[in-house]
Design a protein around this ligand. Structure first.
Ligand code: CTP
Length: 403
């Protein structure tokens, strides 16, 4: 495979040499594109010796004035890996600031892009950096999450570029899923594309307030990791949650409201083989969102008029084709038998193939906790009750039994 390795100005650039060695040893061709700041940390001579290719850095070669085509690199590559990626380069990538060869190459890239951030803990945690990384995720780029540990600044925290071994593994898991080192059951879901909705939705009342619910998204994110670990490509549509994804085969789309989740789900589902609807979608939203913050003094009492949100599960159930499978969730406050009855009703109404029922009456099940206790009901009436277990274990079982 042809890999463009982008190197930016971070002390972690020395690790790029090890990463090149791993790609080359595995039989891949590597073309380095380095920023001017990157050359302060690792020399082009070292890099060209390791890759057996001249390093690309400037738009023009100084000696003969020949032009380096970022467009040609974008077409040549099977993947682009930017390791290390500084906060500044990530910001430029997120906003299309094409002032060096690496960013123009990124903007011309047709192949999957992997970004391995490297920076100090405070820079990494800064909302600007996080927003820029989310922007890159929304473009479908894979973020190789940095590790936590001792940093060049002698501080300790999250921001250290992931080790070359792990970057290599994550890139290969995406490019060659059949050989995926992280797949259980020999990549049983390779070739499948699974849409998952997760978390709550927030329905704005005014610029400062919303109607929401207690969902944290843990179950949906655990399902996404479990499906990706078995080889599936995952389209995760996440409401507002404080969780991050780990597996590079998970492509995340962040939304806030039910209408946004509905739009994303309808757009992505036709290209998917399966859908798992785990989000706690608000059934209603305020009929109007006030333009300015509603003042307490203006009204002694307040009445909100709510209108129904689209039912995403039912909408997908209507457009579902024969080859597509849909799994819904039903979180009920009733005791088990009644909860199952409600669940079966939803399965039929929404044209689902399975519904995963859980009851808030069961200790250890529901919002915020790390465990869950569920019963899977299938369209042909079969019921399978799983014991109380960690959400990641429950997720693996749901994936195994429903997909
Ligand atoms: N669901 C959805 N869109 C909605 C409401 C629910 O996609 N607007 C999905 C949920 O993700 C879940 C299933 O439908 O997979 C059942 O959700 P639930 O809230 O239990 O069902 P409702 O149809 O909203 O019924 P009720 O709130 O009356 O229990």
């Amino acid at each position: 495979m042809n890999i463009v390795l982008g190197i930016t100005g971070s002390i972690a650039a020395y690790k790029a040499c090890t990463l090149i060695r791993q790609f080359v040893k595995a039989g891949h061709e590597v073309q380095v594109v380095i920023t001017p700041a990157g050359k302060e940390f690792v020399t082009p001579i070292t890099l060209s010796a390791l890759t057996s290719k001249p390093v690309v850095s400037e738009f023009f070669a100084q000696r003969d004035g020949s032009w380096h085509s970022h467009v040609a690199l974008g077409q040549w590559a099977d993947a682009m890996v930017i390791a290390p990626a500084t906060a500044s380069s990530i910001a430029k990538m997120a906003h299309g600031v094409a002032d060096n060869m690496l960013i123009t190459t990124y903007l011309s890239m047709k192949a999957p892009v992997f970004v391995a951030p490297a920076m100090d803990l405070d820079m990494y945690a800064h909302p600007t950096t996080q927003a820029n990384l989310n922007q890159l995720r929304s473009y479908g780029n894979y973020i190789v999450e940095p590790g936590t540990g001792f940093l060049a600044s002698h501080l300790e925290g999250k921001g250290r570029m992931e080790e070359p071994d792990e970057i290599f593994r994550q890139v290969m898991d995406v490019l060659q899923p059949e050989g995926c080192s992280n797949c259980s059951q020999e990549g049983r879901l390779v070739g499948r594309r699974v849409l998952i909705t997760a978390g709550p939705t927030h329905e704005s009342i005014d610029p400062a307030r919303y109607i929401g619910n207690h969902s944290t998204g843990k179950m949906g994110f655990a399902l996404a990791e479990a499906a990706a670990a078995e080889g599936a490509e995952v389209e995760l549509i996440a409401g507002p949650v404080a969780l991050s994804v780990k597996h590079p085969r998970i492509r995340r789309t962040d939304v806030v409201s039910a209408e946004q989740m509905h739009e994303a789900a309808m757009r992505l589902f036709p290209s998917c083989t399966d859908g798992i609807l785990c989000a706690a979608v608000a059934d209603y939203r305020p009929a109007q969102c006030a333009d300015v913050k509603i003042k307490r003094e203006t009204q002694a009492e307040m009445t909100l008029t709510l209108v129904q949100n689209p039912d995403i599960a039912a909408a997908l159930g209507q457009v579902k084709t024969d080859g597509q499978r849909l799994v819904g969730f039903a979180l009920e406050t009733a005791a088990s038998a009644e909860a199952l009855h409600y669940g079966e009703d939803k399965l039929r109404r929404k044209n689902l193939d399975y519904i995963v029922v859980n009851s808030l009456c069961d200790a250890g099940a529901g919002f915020g906790v790390d465990t869950n206790k569920v019963t899977i009901v299938s369209a042909n009436g079969q019921q399978q009750s799983l014991p109380l277990a960690d959400k990641s274990e429950v997720a693996r079982e749901i994936i195994r039994r429903c997909l």
